[in-house]
Design a binder for this molecule. Structure first.
Ligand code: HAM
Length: 438
């Protein structure tokens, strides 16, 4: 019986006709991050499970329900559910945190969470994210938020709301936890089993439980903003004043607590209402205790991550522009086996110049070859037959305009082709300039 294996639930294939959309987001993200002084870091796809228990937190949904963990001999490893923990581990292990502060790194990586798949929620998804270590100033929070906003703008996205909140430091949180425990204790019998166990250890986690009953109960729970200490409160006001200075609009949403345990003080999310329930395209915040928790010196830090799939869904919905897809520059059509060696040589030279050149490797007749050239959107074609080989001349056909130009089949063919391509490109720009739209 034939195997009928499909891709796992909650994963996606990115096909060649769509990959330019990913390149668009990745290129713009890299450019914007670099313009703010961030350098790329690449980290392993899996880490020691303990890293996530310590950082993301044992009472979070991610750790309790969503991790892909394997045991190899004595050790447990987990496919990264997010990028912050591994990035901080790598910065610590490689001494980046002993260098000039602040340290700024960005990453583009895949993440794995065993969630219930739905539009915008996958089991393997991708993040563009970044981390800045070494500043406790709210100016750093404003800087990171400003980068995220600038990236969304450069991608052409509109109507994305920024929500900010402060979830305080361990000191203010102690008082807040008492208030939450008192509130949830009254409705203890309705909570799901996981939240019941969270009540003692980490009642704030009940606020982002995905169970409908728990989230309904959580709606009227006390909010952290009412429990902030003076320092956290001033930090939050200063951040707001910096955002105003930068002209970045925001709303305070005291309900944002984020689903990961490492956050302190500032948390934020960029949200769109245009792609359904999973509308948070970017989430982040400050985590001043994490580096110490993972064995480093006390080093305040912060960052964010954007879900690339959610960004792409929103860009498509809003009709944003993507980088052009690359197309074949020249298709060489040998009429028979005799002409094949010449086609091979020509293609080799053109490719060395950086052109996308193709010739028939299937053994098709001329008509089928030209049909194929058309299908792949080749800009130019040449036909190579006995006549062309003996005369040393070919007709270069511009497929868009239908024009033909005679070219010698000598050593200078590639140079001439290059000149024609440049002319053609300039011609296209000229004709664009003549349209009313510009
Ligand atoms: P997070 O909110 O868990 O934060 O994820 C960041 C973003 O990843 C979300 O806003 C969303 O766009 C995307 N995302 C999350 N889960 C899924 C999923 N199952 N399917 C598709 N997209 C998803 C973090 O991961 C933190 N590490 C962010 C951070 C960096 N905080 C500080 N530095």
């Amino acid at each position: 019986m034939a195997l009928n294996i499909k891709r796992p639930n909650g994963t996606e294939d990115v096909l060649p006709q769509n990959v330019h959309k990913w390149h668009t987001v990745e290129k713009i993200a890299r450019d914007v991050a670099e313009s703010y002084g961030f350098r790329e870091i690449r980290i392993p796809t899996f880490e020691n499970t303990d890293l996530y228990l310590r950082s993301v937190g044992e009472t979070t949904d991610v750790v309790q329900k969503e991790m892909y963990t394997v045991s190899a001999k004595e050790t447990k490893f987990t496919l990264r559910p997010e990028g912050t923990a591994g990035t901080i581990r790598a910065m610590l292990q490689n001494g980046l945190l002993n260098e000039a502060m602040p340290q700024r790194v960005f990453y583009i990586l895949s993440c794995f969470r065993h969630e219930r798949p739905q539009a915008g929620r996958l089991r393997e998804f991708h993040q563009f994210g970044l981390e800045m270590a070494g500043s406790q100033s709210p100016a750093a929070d404003a800087e990171v938020i400003s980068l995220a906003k600038s990236l969304l703008d450069h991608l052409g996205l509109k109507n994305i709301e920024l929500y900010i909140n402060s979830i305080g430091c361990p000191q203010c949180r102690a008082k807040y936890y008492d208030a939450l425990r008192a509130y949830f204790n009254d409705r203890k019998s309705e909570l799901c089993e996981t939240c019941l166990s969270r009540l003692e250890k980490n009642p704030m986690r009940i606020l982002d439980c995905k169970s409908p009953v728990c989230s309904e109960i959580a709606k009227d729970a006390p909010v952290i903003l009412d429990y902030l200490c003076d320092e956290c409160s001033q930090h939050f006001s200063k951040l707001q004043s910096h955002l105003n200075t930068l002209g970045i609009e925001f709303k305070i949403n005291p309900k944002i607590v984020r689903g990961l345990d490492y956050y302190t003080k500032t948390v934020f999310e960029f949200v769109t209402t245009e792609i359904g329930a999973q509308g948070t395209v970017c989430g982040g915040g400050r985590y001043d205790g994490l580096i110490e928790e993972l064995g480093g010196q006390h080093t305040p830090a912060l960052g964010f991550a954007m879900g690339i799939e959610r960004i792409l869904i929103t860009m498509e919905k809003q009709g944003c522009d993507f980088l052009d897809q690359r197309k074949c520059d020249l298709y060489i059509a040998p009429m028979d086996e005799n002409a094949l060696p010449k086609a091979m040589q020509m293609a080799k030279q053109l490719r060395e110049y950086g052109y996308w050149a193709e010739y028939d490797v299937v053994g098709r007749g001329l008509k089928a070859q030209l049909k194929y050239a058309n299908k792949i959107g080749a800009a130019f074609t040449v036909v190579l037959g006995d006549d062309e080989l003996s005369s040393g001349k070919v007709k270069l056909k511009n497929m868009e305009k239908g024009e033909e130009l005679e070219l010698s089949l000598d050593d200078k063919f590639t140079e001439h082709f290059d000149a024609i391509c440049v002319d053609n490109m300039l011609g296209n720009i000229d004709s664009l300039m003549n349209t009313d739209e510009l």
